[in-house]
Design a protein around this ligand. Structure first.
Ligand SMILES: Nc1nc2c(ncn2[C@@H]2O[C@H](COP(=O)(O)OP(=O)(O)OP(=O)(O)O)[C@@H](O)[C@H]2O)c(=O)[nH]1
Ligand SMILES: [Mg+2]
Length: 217
């Protein structure tokens, strides 16, 4: 019975997601869903991308968090359209559904943006189960999290077209085997585009913005 209900929820979400994807495309918006464990650097990556693409591309953000407007406040300082979704008052869901994101996006003038970032709720499990209606899923994996995470949380990595390895500035002080981390990503998703960067130093950020600009056309 529970399985049947979950299947229904996912099927309903998939329908909204497909409709939203078309809606974003029709309005000339590329939607990117960022997923990761808490603290890998999703918000920082969005902030640095806004700064890097200033004057070139117009960015809007849907910020997902269980509680607080802390991330939304950080993004708002950059003067871009931002709508925050807190799931705490509605049972504290650990993921975002396509319909909630669509409601948030509908509060923006989509004609005024080129790129919509969705920052999903920080965890490596639930967000990967729900199609958000975005065009691309991006997993952010930071170096201190360890080489094994792609193997332990495969769904996140095989539903993501891009994996950003963040906090590469820390490689010198960690015992991380970066080659093994990349091997493990490829094991669960051979087609994944892997981008190594540090939002702190800015190294590698151009590879990320180049990928975005290519997809934006
Ligand atoms: N050293 C280093 N620190 C970083 C880097 N990127 C982000 N951080 C730091 O990591 C911490 C968490 O970054 P956030 O951007 O808040 O992470 P998040 O994924 O948005 O976290 P949640 O929204 O809680 O899931 C902050 O203190 C950032 O300053 C990086 O490339 N190098
Ligand atoms: Mg964040």
């Amino acid at each position: 019975m529970q399985i049947k209900i979950l299947k229904k929820v996912l099927a309903a979400n998939d329908r909204v997601a497909d409709d939203s994807r078309k809606h974003y495309s029709d309005n000339g918006v590329l939607a990117i869903n960022l997923m990761s464990s808490p603290g890998s650097g999703k918000t920082t990556l969005i902030e640095k991308t806004i700064q890097a693409l200033k004057g070139k591309k117009r960015i809007g953000v849907v910020e997902g968090d269980i509680e607080t407007s802390l991330d939304a406040d950080k993004i708002a300082k950059h003067g871009v359209p931002i709508v925050s979704i807190n799931t705490g008052p509605f049972g504290g869901a650990c993921h975002l559904e396509a319909a909630w994101i669509r409601q948030a996006a509908d509060q923006m003038d989509l004609k005024e943006i080129d790129l919509l970032f969705v920052e999903n709720i920080g965890n490596m499990v639930c967000p990967a189960e729900f199609d958000t209606g975005s065009h691309f899923n991006v997993a952010v994996l930071s170096t201190p999290e360890g080489e094994d995470k792609p193997l332990k949380y495969p769904l996140l990595f095989n539903t993501s077209q891009v994996v950003v390895i963040n906090k590469c500035d820390l490689l010198g002080v960690l015992d991380l085997d970066l080659d093994l981390m990349k091997e493990n990503i490829k094991k669960v998703n051979p087609k994944a585009v892997i981008i190594e960067l540090s939002t702190k130093t800015g190294e590698g950020l151009d590879k990320w913005t180049d990928w975005l600009l290519k997809e934006l056309g």
